[in-house]
Design a protein around this ligand. Structure first.
Ligand code: NAD
Length: 498
């Protein structure tokens, strides 16, 4: 069995008092063990980060960008190995794991353009003989706490931006699939980054609390479930840090009567069941508008869902693989029980599914629930599994209210051929990211990613301009260079530019 270690300068000094097991979800076997660190270990990582960060911040942006370029090259060269490692711990199929790496790399590509993105603002002659300029400076040491479901992409969203602008970074990845984050950190050093600039500490709540309380960590970016996101936000802010904390989701797909249903069914199958539904931008709720649309959609969905192939993560023909842990499999099946007890119709039942030859794997069959209503707990809460719920809406206004009034507001999609309806929906819906005939509207790396309501605490999004803003602070300089003749100004009266 592989024993993982923290990736910090000097390595772990002593064997860990506590460890966490890492499954292979396809076989149901434990394949590795990761140490769970504590505040003392974090202190060592922070000390190393403090040593290296000032010099990195003083390195000109073009040289910093060269490290990002080389890192991009190395990740591309090692992509297959990374995708296979990722799939073996997470359970998603290898093709999908490639996407996980690729979407993170796209943020690294953005970070390669950091000299351009970091240019400041300048106003010449803002007053008599006075110029004003502003610049963005790094915060010092940033930390990232990431979820299990995108172990390559989300760490790269965070450290790609944080480090390119001049910070040192400490990553606390999910203890369920930490091997890819460690490999990324190794490749980062190979790319020419000084030791200590990117470190990886493992752990659970104890390590998260140590990060949130550490006085030398200036900012924390968190992605995970909403209750923990809220907790992280409150505790980090109370400790005087800058915090952004992205939470859970329950994304709706609105299907208007004029939508191309064949396209919708194809999109829904991938967006609801891809990665076994373990995506924060999955589409686990479909909202057909009108009874006729609901019936037509249901008729097409059933055969499409029954045709899905579930397989081990290395099966090239599988649409999706196992879920991440046995506990998560049990929780998803419990949610299906709850939905049934609440009165939902179980049209396709994925409970008790086993894959021949891999009976110990954590597989859940695709599940379709119809006649789901807003008073059901199974509708209000996130299931995070291969379960698609149909909530029937009477009309457009009703469909618009459903995602708008839901506690989560990460993503939403509308499927229609009517530009007016789509435009109206995009303007009025109370959700952070909207797709128009696009089932998974994750914005590209030069825009920014973030949900609303309980899907996002804090006021800045991930990556793009928003990420740049989060990981830097603005300095504003007002200058004058008097020529010695006196310009009559005095500071007894608050200076104006009048
Ligand atoms: P999680 O909340 O269990 O874990 C996230 C991180 O928090 C991990 O690093 C974990 O070690 C840490 N953690 C766990 N328990 C903790 C505690 N009690 N106190 C402090 N820290 C703790 O989330 P997960 O199961 O790894 O990931 C799935 C969740 O993440 C889903 O809710 C999903 O919607 C969400 N997610 C959201 C986004 C987004 O951008 N909004 C993206 C991906 C995933």
């Amino acid at each position: 069995m592989r024993q993982l270690d923290h990736f910090i300068v000097g390595g772990a000094s002593a064997p860990a008092a506590r460890t966490h097991k890492i499954w292979n979800p396809s076989t149901g076997e434990v394949q590795a063990e990761v140490p769970l660190g504590d505040a003392a270990l974090l202190d060592r990582a922070v000390a190393a980060a403090k040593k290296v960060q000032p010099e990195w911040a003083a390195t000109n942006p073009q040289r910093r960008a060269r490290v990002m370029f080389e890192f991009k090259r190395l990740v591309e060269a090692n992509k297959q190995e990374l995708a296979e490692l990722l799939a073996s711990e997470h359970g998603k199929v290898v093709d999908d794991a490639h996407g996980d790496v690729q979407r993170g790399l796209e943020v690294i590509e953005y970070a390669c353009g950091i000299p351009q993105a970091l240019k400041g603002e300048y106003s010449q002659g803002a007053g008599p003989g006075i110029d004003v300029y502003s610049m963005r400076q790094p915060l010092g040491i940033g930390a990232g706490i990431t979820p299990f479901n995108f172990p390559a992409m989300i760490p790269m969203w965070m450290f790609g931006m944080a480090i390119a602008v001049g910070n040192a970074f400490i990553l606390k990845p999910s203890e369920r699939d930490p091997s890819v984050p460690i490999r990324l950190a190794e490749l980062f050093v190979e790319a020419g980054a000084p030791e200590g600039l990117l470190q990886v500490v493992h752990g659970d709540k104890e390590m998260v609390d140590a990060i949130l309380d550490h006085e030398d960590i200036a900012a924390v970016s968190f992605v995970g479930s909403s209750d923990i996101a809220h907790y992280v936000y409150k505790r980090g802010v109370a400790a005087g840090k800058r915090v952004q904390a992205m939470g859970g989701a329950k994304n709706h797909g609105i299907v208007m009567p004029d939508a191309d249903l064949d396209q919708v069914v194809g999109d829904l199958a991938g967006a609801a069941f891809g990665s076994a539904g373990e995506r924060c931008m999955a589409l686990p709720v479909v909202v057909p508008v009108g009874e006729d649309t609901a019936e037509r959609l249901r008729e097409k969905l059933i055969p499409a869902i029954n045709a899905l192939r579930i397989g081990v993560s290395t099966d090239p023909d599988a649409h999706y693989g196992p879920v991440v842990t046995p506990e998560h499999k049990a929780r998803i099946e419990q949610w299906i029980d709850t939905a049934e007890q609440e009165g939902a119709e179980v049209v396709i039942d994925g409970r008790g599914f086993t894959l021949q030859g891999h009976e110990k794997g954590f597989f859940v069959g695709p599940t379709l629930l119809d006649r789901v209503t807003t008073d059901m707990e199974s509708y209000r809460e996130e299931i995070f599994g291969p379960v698609l719920q149909i909530v029937r809406a009477d009309d457009f206004e009703h469909a618009l209210r459903l995602p708008s009034e839901h506690q989560y507001g990460n993503g939403v999609a509308i499927f229609t051929r009517n530009g007016h309806a789509a435009r109206e929906f995009a303007h009025r819906v109370n959700v952070g990211m909207v797709g128009i005939n696009v089932p998974i509207p994750v914005p590209v790396s030069y825009h920014s990613f973030g949900g609303w309501k309980r899907s996002g605490f804090g006021d800045t999004d991930q990556y793009g301009q928003e990420g740049l803003k989060f990981w830097t602070k603005a300095k504003k300089v007002t200058q004058r260079w008097p020529d010695g003749g006196g310009d009559g100004s005095n500071a007894f009266v608050i200076p104006t530019m009048g």
